[in-house]
Design a binder for this molecule. Sequence first.
Ligand code: ADP
Ligand code: ADP
Length: 227
Amino acid sequence: KMVLSLRKIKKTHNYGTEQAIPVLKGIDLELPAGKVVAIVAPSGAGKSTLLHIAGLLDDEYGGEVHLSGQDMSRANDAARTAARRQEIGFIYQFHHLLPEFSALENIVLPQLANGTPRRQAIDKAMDLLSRVGVADRASHRPAALSGGQQQRVAFCRALANSPRLLLADEPTGNLDPATSEQVFSALMGLVRETGMAALIATHNMELAARMDRTIRLDAGRISAKAS
Ligand code: ADP
Ligand code: ADP
């Protein structure tokens, strides 16, 4: 069964105005559990727009988004918010960690918000931090961590509630090549261990080549697939 199905997704920013910008012109994508798919496209091609729609953060688009077999394009706000919290993890180019909380707390808080008991949330956070090699920095605030460490903590936070789907927008875009490699390996390790599905936008062809499949966005359509 598919974790994510995008069907004929169309999007025009500023729809119905003179500044209308057609960005996506009919995107079809099937993402099964356990698969990692790269979206490669030049800047401005619509990767973020597509990830927003897949992440149920946009409700003005054409086509359908199915999450675990359910058509979310027709769901109300409450249902979309619940699905987003429980089933989707997000990672961005910049980590967006809460600066006044420790690395550990940044991973515990979303679990508490989701109803997980504190003790269990802490165990989960420590387990995730160990897997990406940052356990010894658990009590540090983000500002005391290197860029690569911050981004690994952000991965742990994204995975804190065990989502079925991980959406990543240029997750290593802000890092130097060596750190980028370290962070990407950590990400792939976590994704493989948990068996989730992941959609990862990147400019980096070398990283894309290590995923299961690459999708290219060109002029609002998928132009080629390589497996
Ligand atoms: P067509 O019939 O030409 O395929 P659509 O009516 O499906 O066109 O949509 C055209 C564009 O407007 C698409 O990019 C779609 O995502 C976008 N769109 C459709 N409905 C809305 C809406 N309610 N608000 C904003 N954008 C929309
Ligand atoms: P990418 O992530 O591939 O760089 P984006 O999805 O951010 O591309 O943007 C695709 C296109 O849509 C660009 O032309 C961008 O200027 C435009 N765009 C993105 N967001 C908005 C918005 N909120 N309003 C109007 N245009 C937008």
